[in-house]
Design a protein around this ligand. Structure first.
Ligand code: NAI
Length: 455
């Protein structure tokens, strides 16, 4: 038996369900196949549950800090059952909302393990779903280190999200986004944390100034880190775990988190058998997200580049519109905002200073120190807003660090996306006292008329 629709989407995460919803809006018939839960990594194992943990961590920090603000509180510890109940309530509410949205959209939702069995068709439990077009959206999963066995004391973020106790001592392998977010949560919950990062600094994909500031902030928070340190091996027993570094140092811990990146989910799904070219498991696409097989597209984490839910949404909308013949503008990674929700938060969009120098030659930068920002001082945070412009040209990168600064990334995205000049931004009044004002101050300074800044 075969079911025919305009579009078959394999994978119901951010990229897949966005494709399905936009395609329905455009009048297409759509089959969406998901083997686990609608919402994928972002909703169930990524963005949403980790941000719930980070919010609980912020409350723990606030409880400790409150007496210094004249508020009588004491921090009595962490009840992980309660933390998980809070996190799961948030996830469950969003999951119910998403199921309702997809259900009422008219998408045919098929639960089960799908596999590509023809040029544009997918089989689920013996039933073939054929589309005029097929969209691959099977996402990514945590990678481990070759030779490292995962278990109760050595785990990836998938298991770490469900820990029922606060570990006493943790070693986090990988000092990029996942590593620093979990390190931040555990430190706030009271753990002793050491991060091991192979490259020369934390968050190595960010502007170098951001990495330096984060390291300063983490040091103040009592988070240890070893940078330029490669892991040679990890052993574990019932009693604990040990991480051996190149050079011979051994770090012992109750728990080891392996946060060394996420790889594509494409093995055994029949992609290559039907002409979809892969590169180390990633699906190769052109700028219009077409794979090497006719009428087959790929979206989200399966496509090499930034692994972010909102990139998946943008890919999905793009592909639905492309199939509908609307000729949308391609989605470019460079204008996609990136937020890391550790404390202090990091947000960025566009090029780092070294990337801008490489792309544009001469650049000008200004870093506005949050010491001069009233709201940031009330929050007790250190950090900055760094704006990078082409010499006498538009803003090509914005880099933010400080408590709650992730919320400021929207305006930064418009600056870079609209290729604004600092002089354009400086014309607009930024509200006082907000943290957003720091972006306005940086633009004023780059436009040659600093206010609360040293020229
Ligand atoms: P990543 O690829 O960003 O970083 C992995 C880090 O591990 C690198 O810095 C690498 O140098 C280091 N590393 C690799 N092998 C190592 C070894 N043997 N010893 C020491 N260090 C080693 O991967 P990550 O942090 O696991 O995140 C995966 C993806 O998930 C990223 O693309 C990230 O953007 C996304 N994500 C996004 C979030 C957000 O937007 N807030 C939150 C969490 C993840």
């Amino acid at each position: 038996m075969s079911n025919q629709t305009d579009l078959v989407v394999l994978g119901g995460g951010s990229g897949g369900y966005a494709t399905a919803l936009r395609a329905r809006q455009l009048g297409m018939s759509v089959t969406l196949v998901e083997r686990d839960r609608l919402g994928g990594t972002c909703l169930h194992r990524g963005c949403v549950p980790t941000k719930a943990l980070l919010h609980a961590a912020e409350l723990a920090d606030a409880a400790r800090a409150a007496p210094a603000h004249g508020i009588r509180t004491s921090f009595d510890g962490v009840d992980m059952t309660g933390v998980h109940a809070f996190k799961d309530r948030v996830v469950d509410r969003l999951h119910a909302g998403l199921r309702g949205l997809v259900g009422s959209s008219g998408v045919t939702y098929v639960e089960g393990e799908g596999r590509m069995v023809g040029p544009t068709s997918v089989e689920v439990d013996g039933q073939v779903h054929a589309g005029a077009h097929l969209v691959l959206a099977t996402g990514s999963s945590p990678r481990s280190i070759p030779g490292v066995t995962l278990g109760p004391r050595v785990m990836t973020s998938d298991q770490a999200l469900r820990l029922d106790e606060v570990p006493g001592r943790v070693v986090v392998i990988g000092g990029s986004v996942i590593g620093v977010e979990f390190a931040s949560v555990w430190r706030s919950f009271g753990s002793e944390v050491t991060i091991v990062e192979g490259l020369s600094g934390l968050v190595p994909l960010e502007d170098p100034a951001i990495g330096t500031q984060l390291e300063r902030a983490f040091r103040r928070r009592g988070i240890s880190f070893r940078t330029g340190a490669t892991v040679r091996g990890v052993t574990s027993s019932e009693a604990g775990a040990a991480v051996t570094l190149e050079g011979g140092d051994v770090l012992t811990a109750d728990l080891v988190l392996v946060a060394v990146g996420r790889g594509p989910v494409s093995a055994g799904l029949g992609y290559e058998d039907h002409g979809v070219a892969l590169d180390r498991g990633w699906v190769v696409v052109d700028e219009r997200l077409r794979t090497s097989a006719p009428h087959v597209y790929a979206v989200g984490d399966l496509v090499p580049g930034l692994q972010l839910a909102h990139r998946g949404f943008a890919h999905g909308i793009f592909v639905a519109e492309e199939v509908a013949g609307l000729s949308p503008d391609p989605v470019e990674d460079v204008t996609i905002p990136r937020v890391t929700y550790c404390e202090p938060e990091i947000a960025s969009v566009g090029l780092t200073e070294p990337q801008a120098r490489e792309a544009h030659g001469e650049v000008e930068t200004y870093a506005y120190d949050l010491a001069g920002n009233g709201k940031s001082q009330i929050l007790g945070t250190a950090g900055f807003v760094k704006v990078v412009r082409q010499a006498d040209g538009p803003i090509v990168g914005v880099h933010l660090i400080g408590t709650r600064m992730g919320e400021q990334v929207g305006e930064a995205t418009l600056m870079v996306g609209w290729e604004a000049f600092p002089e354009d931004v400086a014309r607009f009044v930024h509200a006082h006292p907000t943290q957003n004002e720091a972006l306005g101050e940086a633009a004023l300074a780059l436009a040659g008329k600093p206010l609360h800044a040293h020229g």
